[in-house]
Design a protein around this ligand. Structure first.
Ligand code: PRP
Ligand code: URA
Length: 209
């Protein structure tokens, strides 16, 4: 069964508040995005299957759980999703990494795809799709459309801040995926930016303000 989880953990909330601050510089912003991604990934992977394996401790032989099931792929939505990748790889270092490049048109706010590169056998993997911002939902919906078109059936979308409009749109378009949200904001402004939000996540991560 798919799920939508607003993670809402005090550590995540605290770090998001610092992210929001217009005075937080690029270096701290990048570090915080990575840390939040790691904390969210911990929650998002709570349902990974495990299987018992034989292990011998200094005391005795025993059967203990190890992660089993599908291997993982992390597929960030460029650019801003890249900022979350290292935090996720801290927890799952053997995951393969793919990329989907989407950028929103400034006037229509519709996403435009400019690059994609997915790992081999991605259809047999659990795909984690990180992007810090879920605003109108257009980018996330297009990214999931694309990943599904490659045969992927296990998808977890992860964002740091969501607008209710975007969350609703993504759920409606893709009710079968899991969605993890750091915090849910008030809504969108006339430029389809999240309010109160944190501004343009890509610009703040890469210092292109
Ligand atoms: C931002 C963000 C999402 C998208 C969200 O990317 O990282 O991908 O906007 O908006 P949406 O939900 O309305 O589609 P942007 O297009 O600004 O590109 P960037 O990451 O390269 O800055
Ligand atoms: N993209 C961003 O980076 N920020 C927003 O608030 C909306 C879209």
């Amino acid at each position: 069964m798919s799920q939508v989880l607003i993670v809402d953990h005090p550590l995540i909330k605290h770090k998001i508040t610092i992210l929001r601050d217009v005075n937080t510089g690029t270096k701290d912003f990048r570090t915080l995005v990575e840390e939040i991604a790691m904390l969210m990934c911990y929650e998002a992977l709570r349902d990974l299957p495990t299987t018992l394996v034989d292990v011998t401790t200094p005391i005795t032989a025993t059967k203990q759980p190890m992660i089993s099931g599908k291997k993982l792929a992390v597929v960030p939505i460029l650019r801003a999703g890249l900022g979350m990748v290292n935090g996720i790889l801290e927890l799952v270092p053997s995951a393969k990494v793919g990329h989907i490049g989407l950028s929103r048109d400034e006037v229509t706010h519709r996403p435009h795809e400019y690059y994609s590169n997915l790992p081999e056998n991605v259809d047999q993997r659990l795909v984690i799709l990180p992007d810090p911002m879920l605003a109108t939902g257009g980018s996330a919906i297009q990214a999931v459309d694309f990943i599904k078109s490659k045969g992927c059936t296990s998808i977890k979308f992860m964002c740091i801040i969501a607008a209710p409009e975007g969350l609703e749109a993504l759920r409606k378009a893709h009710p079968d995926i899991d969605i993890y949200v750091g915090t849910l904001d008030e809504g969108l402004n006339e430029n389809a930016y999240i309010v109160p939000g944190l501004g343009d996540a890509g610009d703040r991560i890469f210092g292109t303000l």
